[in-house]
Design a protein around this ligand. Structure first.
Ligand SMILES: *[C@@H]1O[C@H](CO)[C@@H](O)[C@H](O)[C@H]1NC(C)=O
Ligand SMILES: *[C@@H]1O[C@H](CO)[C@@H](O)[C@H](O)[C@H]1NC(C)=O
Ligand SMILES: *[C@@H]1O[C@H](CO)[C@@H](O)[C@H](O)[C@H]1NC(C)=O
Length: 142
């Protein structure tokens, strides 16, 4: 009987604290998530015909010039994020594979290139493998 009054009030700070911690842990993932987004997400790819040209322009724009291999995913960011939750299956030790097949372009740097062959771009539909930090994708497994 004596507990009746104050109890809900005492619980409140704990609830707030838990909410703050959850928010803080998710927020610490955001810088890496932004980098993932910049380097690997290009939902509305303009041209699907010339993969090498696409790769050259897109790698320069992402400031990834001469990076040996990099993949761009042509799917909205929310669909990629869902791989961290219901639309992904765990891949040991700490990766997740998408259940769906996604459109991607993989760009491979050509060491012996002439201008038009700076990158060898290849288009695929495949299950992607990523690492998540809470609900945020932070790493693309090439
Ligand atoms: C690049 O092109 C130049 C002339 O356009 C040619 O002399 C050279 O052999 C080419 N290099 C390669 C690696 O194909
Ligand atoms: C790399 O560049 C050379 C020279 O331009 C070209 O002959 C060759 O086909 C290119 N390789 C790839 C994998 O794109
Ligand atoms: C580009 O890479 C793909 C995938 O590795 C390969 O099948 C293709 O032959 C390469 N293109 C050239 C011109 O070597």
């Amino acid at each position: 009987m004596a507990m009746r009054g104050p109890r809900p009030l005492l619980l409140l700070p704990l609830v707030q604290l838990t909410a703050c911690l959850a928010l803080a842990s998710g927020q610490s993932c955001i810088p890496e998530f932004r980098t993932f987004w910049k380097n690997h997400v290009d939902y509305l790819r303009t041209s699907f015909s010339r993969h090498n040209t696409y790769c050259r322009m897109r790698m320069e724009r992402a400031k990834l010039y001469k990076k040996p291999i990099n993949t761009f995913i042509h799917i909205p960011i929310e669909a990629i994020k869902s791989v961290c939750r219901v639309n992904g299956i765990p891949v040991p030790p700490d990766l997740r594979k998408s259940k769906r097949f996604f459109k991607v372009t993989t760009c491979r740097y050509n060491k012996t290139h002439n201008k038009t062959h700076l990158y060898n771009g290849t288009f695929y539909r495949r299950q992607i493998v990523i690492r998540c930090c809470y609900a945020f994708p932070i790493y693309y497994h090439e």
